[in-house]
Each structure stands twice: as structure tokens, then as C-alpha cells.
Design a binder for this molecule. Structure first.
Ligand SMILES: [Zn+2]
Length: 259
């Protein structure tokens, strides 16, 4: 007799008769990530996509817990989720009147001008930075997962499971970006208004990253103080790695002499 980790039905056999999840739901490990079963489910989006987006928007940390602890069938594959959200964001940006591309362009140009530099940035250059940054960040996920893994020991997650959390955090940030700036950018509003809203939205997105870790740490039976300290530490570290990946991408661009 097995209890389905997805829907808690008791059953015998290889697959759950209620929801179809495989009986031997393993922990997420590096080997599993490269298994045929996992990869073939990458874009098996189905209804799980909308449910994952909905739950990601208000209970990201609990979603991570449920996913890592075995509720796989209900939710979409976490890498597929991230890639689809990034694609939606890219499409929205390409139609946008105002986008983070314009925002960054003005911010960085103002900085360059203030430092007496005669470099003029192009929109294409910034687009390539933001694009490279997303790719670089995917590569930086193991680094971002390192600190939460080392410090949040009571969660009993392996390193790869912490990478799942970071990837969910990236999906969360992308989703919130789509829901706010994504459609807002399509409206023909003044850039100054967009830029003001951008600041508030960024603040909200960062706040949600901490909420994610706060919810995730509900599992460890930590005291409130320790839980607060650990979510702050994990949140700051992950955001720092994201921010550095932007700097790094910018550095790569300058080094290649594209501006
Ligand atoms: Zn089931």
C-alpha cells in the first residue's frame, strides 16, 4: 500500500488511480533532473500552469514545500514554468511602449553621464544585457541556493531541492513582473509615471522574495526570531546573486565593446 504524495489516496500499484502520479515519487536530485521522465514532462503544462501561477502569486513558499515534498502531478514542472514565464515576459517587452529595458537604459545612461563618460548606450545593448542576465542567472542558481542550503539545515532539503526554491523565486519575480509592469508597459503612459510605478513594483517583488523564504521556513519548526533571521539571510543572498548577475552581464557587454 502506498499513499500518493500528490493527492493522499491510498493505493496499490505503480500509479495513483486518482491523479496518475507515479508511486515512487523520489526526492529531487541531480540525477532525477536529467531523467527522461522529468525532461519529458518539461512542457506538460496542462492546467497545472495556471494553478502554479495562482499559488505562486500569494503562497510561493508553501508551493515550494508542496512541490518538493511530492505534489508533482498537481503542478507544472518547475523549469518549464520558469521558461514559459520568461517567454511571456519577452513577448510583452517586445510590444511594450515602456519596459524595464527603457528604465535601465535611462538609469545607466544617467550614471555614465554623471561620471563624465562619453559612452552612449543603445536600447539593443540593454536588451542583450537583460537577456544575458536571465541566462546567467539560470547558471547562477546553484550559487544562489548555496547559502539557504548551508544555513537552513532543519528543512532537510538537499542542494538541488534548494535550487528548485531559487528557480521558483525567479518564476515568482517574473510572474509579478508580467502582472504589473508587463501589461502596464503596453499602455501609452508617460515614462516618468512608469518609472515611479517601477520603483514600487520592484520593492514589492523583493518583499515577496522574503515572504517566500518565510513561508518555506515554516517547515523547520524554527522559533520566530531564527525563522526571521534565516529568511532575511536567504532572501538577501539570493537577491544579491541576482543583482550581481546583472552587473556581470553589463561587464561582459562592456568588455565586448558593444556599447
Ligand atoms: Zn494521487
Amino acid at each position: 500500500m502506498t499513499t500518493c504524495l500528490n493527492c493522499y489516496t491510498n493505493f496499490e500499484g505503480k500509479f495513483c488511480p486518482e491523479c496518475g502520479q507515479i508511486a515512487t515519487t523520489d526526492r529531487i536530485t541531480l540525477r532525477r533532473l536529467f531523467s527522461g521522465e522529468f525532461l519529458s514532462g518539461l512542457f506538460d503544462l496542462d492546467r497545472g500552469f495556471w494553478r502554479a501561477c495562482l499559488e505562486l502569486s500569494y503562497k510561493p513558499g508553501f508551493l515550494c514545500l508542496e512541490y518538493i515534498e511530492g505534489k508533482r502531478k498537481t503542478y507544472v514542472n518547475f523549469i518549464g514554468l520558469l521558461l514559459v514565464l520568461l517567454a511571456i515576459e519577452a513577448v510583452l517587452w517586445s510590444f511594450a511602449v515602456n519596459s524595464p529595458v527603457q528604465y535601465m537604459l535611462r538609469e545607466i545612461q544617467a550614471n555614465l553621464d554623471a561620471n563624465g563618460s562619453d559612452i552612449t548606450l543603445s536600447e539593443e545593448a540593454i536588451k542583450s544585457v537583460l537577456f544575458n542576465q536571465k541566462l546567467l542567472f539560470i547558471v547562477a542558481i546553484p550559487l544562489a541556493a548555496l547559502v539557504p542550503w548551508l544555513f537552513c539545515r532543519k528543512l532537510n532539503f538537499n542542494w538541488v531541492e534548494h535550487m528548485v526554491v531559487v528557480s521558483m523565486l525567479l518564476s515568482l519575480n517574473t510572474l509579478l513582473g508580467i502582472l504589473t509592469l508587463g501589461w502596464l508597459g503596453l499602455l501609452p503612459i508617460e515614462f516618468s509615471l512608469y518609472s515611479n510605478i517601477y520603483k514600487y513594483v520592484s520593492f514589492g517583488v523583493v518583499a515577496m522574495d522574503f515572504v517566500l523564504y518565510w513561508q518555506l521556513l515554516s517547515k523547520g519548526e524554527y522559533g520566530y526570531l531564527k525563522r526571521f533571521a534565516l529568511s532575511t539571510l536567504s532572501g538577501i543572498w539570493v537577491i544579491l546573486v541576482i543583482a550581481s548577475s546583472v552587473q556581470f552581464a553589463m561587464g561582459l557587454l562592456t568588455a565586448r565593446g558593444m556599447i
